[in-house]
Design a protein around this ligand. Structure first.
Ligand SMILES: *Cc1c(COP(=O)(O)O)cnc(C)c1O
Length: 410
């Protein structure tokens, strides 16, 4: 066995940083952005690139309607208001997620009831059911790190209890559950297009099959020209079309041009990324120290955001932190235990009930989250590459992980 780099051996990889860049900026992407730069930097309606991008996204996601936003966070806030949530109401959200799944509810003083996670970091029908109460009007799920939540059972639970189902698909652009795309189970879904598998730099997309929700999404992000042309003049909310509901959350035309270019390459992005994912899933199959945290293909297709891995401390002579340090010493610098995506249930934002109250910290109620704790304790991630020339990185990271695993196995 070769000596670990941390113990004086040669590092496995010597690929220059950055090890992950997204999107792949090639001539055709530059040309698409340059063309838009000359066409228009701001569109007031959907006749240009904004409409093209939204239609392409709806087709990509397999949904009837898509409305673009300046960020995923803004689109989640729009979902909350469209769902009619107000102070006094409650929403069930994952305790383990990136905080923006739930922070827009916190902004409005809505009570967020946090659900525990399964072995993939996902909420389930059981963990959601444990948080239902008469004040719960909606449930939001996040398909964490690309693994789809068990959506058939979750959708049945929401129907049974008459609560709206919202999906945060920000990690799951290419995911499906039992053959059906995520984002099509809920009444509405949001895809962030920040640093995600399909990216616009900054941006978010709200998708829905409900035409009333589509029109309301326009009111929460796209006032004036666009609302006046696209909102049904007989709708009871049509008098608001000129002003919208008071805020503007449009994506930039340059962002939409990047998104449209990405979507034209979606098949290629998916094929490349799935190949990389499969390389790690196969390469780590049966490894006692580190296993892929990827749902079995029989139940779901992974969304291709990052590769999640589970560290098994009882099979190793080192802690997870030491394991990461050994990998980094090998040159695999992007082996990472996520920091800003974690249990959010104790954040003071979620103890705030008065939407106009300033930022005095208040003490959130404590809840037991054994599933979240177990998941967080063992989770690691690495990027899913997927661009031309990434072969050295893919091979290098797999070799480094395998080498460190062999050296620390009990
Ligand atoms: C990125 C992300 C968001 C927020 O999206 P922005 O576009 O950054 O506002 C929300 N939820 C999850 C799970 C995310 O990863």
């Amino acid at each position: 066995m070769s000596t670990l780099a941390a113990h004086g051996g040669p590092p496995t990889l010597s690929v220059n940083e950055p090890h992950y860049r997204w999107p792949a900026v090639d001539d055709s992407l530059e040309a698409a952005v340059r063309a838009q730069l000359h066409r228009s930097l701001s569109d007031r309606d959907a006749r240009g690139v904004i409409g093209d991008y939204e239609r392409a996204f709806a087709e990509f996601a397999g949904v009837p309607h898509a409305v673009s936003f300046a960020s995923g966070t803004a689109a989640i806030h729009a979902m909350s208001r469209i769902a009619g949530l107000k102070p006094g109401d409650a929403v069930v959200a994952p305790a383990y997620t990136f905080f923006a799944t739930a922070s827009p509810f916190g902004f409005d003083g809505i009570h967020v009831r946090f659900a525990d996670a399964d072995a993939y970091g996902n909420v389930t029908a059981q963990t959601i059911a444990a948080q239902l109460s008469p004040s719960v009007k909606a449930v939001i799920v996040t398909h964490m790190w690309g693994n789809p939540c068990p959506m058939d059972e979750i959708a049945a639970l929401c129907t049974e209890h008459g609560v709206l189902l919202l999906e945060d698909c920000s990690h799951a652009h290419f995911a499906s559950w039992k053959g059906r795309r995520v984002g099509t189970f809920g009444d509405m879904a949001v895809f962030s297009t920040n640093q995600k598998a399909i990216t616009t730099g900054e941006g978010g997309m709200l998708v829905t099959a409900n035409d009333r929700f589509r029109q309301l999404a326009l009111l929460y992000g796209h006032y004036n020209k666009r609302c006046l042309t696209e909102i049904d003049p007989t709708a009871e909310f049509a008098p608001f079309a000129f002003t919208g509901m008071g805020l503007k959350h449009r994506i930039t035309t340059l962002g939409a041009a990047i998104g449209l270019h990405q979507l034209s390459r979606a098949d290629d992005i998916e094929r490349r990324r799935r190949t990389v994912l499969d390389t790690f899933v196969n390469g780590l199959d049966g490894n006692p120290v580190l296993t892929p945290a990827i749902v079995p293909a029989e139940v779901g297709q992974h969304g291709l955001y990052v590769i999640g891995l589970r560290f098994h401390p009882q099979s190793a002579t080192v802690t997870r932190r030491q394991f990461i340090d050994l990998c980094v010493a090998e040159g695999a610098t992007h082996v990472d235990a996520p920091g800003s995506t974690r249990d959010i249930s104790a954040e003071p934002l979620f103890a705030r009930r008065d939407p106009f109250a300033p930022w005095q910290p208040s003490t959130p109620e404590h809840i037991d989250l054994p599933g979240v704790q177990a998941f967080q304790a063992g989770f690691l991630k690495i990027p899913i590459w997927g661009y031309p020339g990434d072969q050295d990185l893919v091979e290098g990271y797999l070799t480094a992980l395998t080498k460190v695993c062999a050296a620390v196995a009990r």
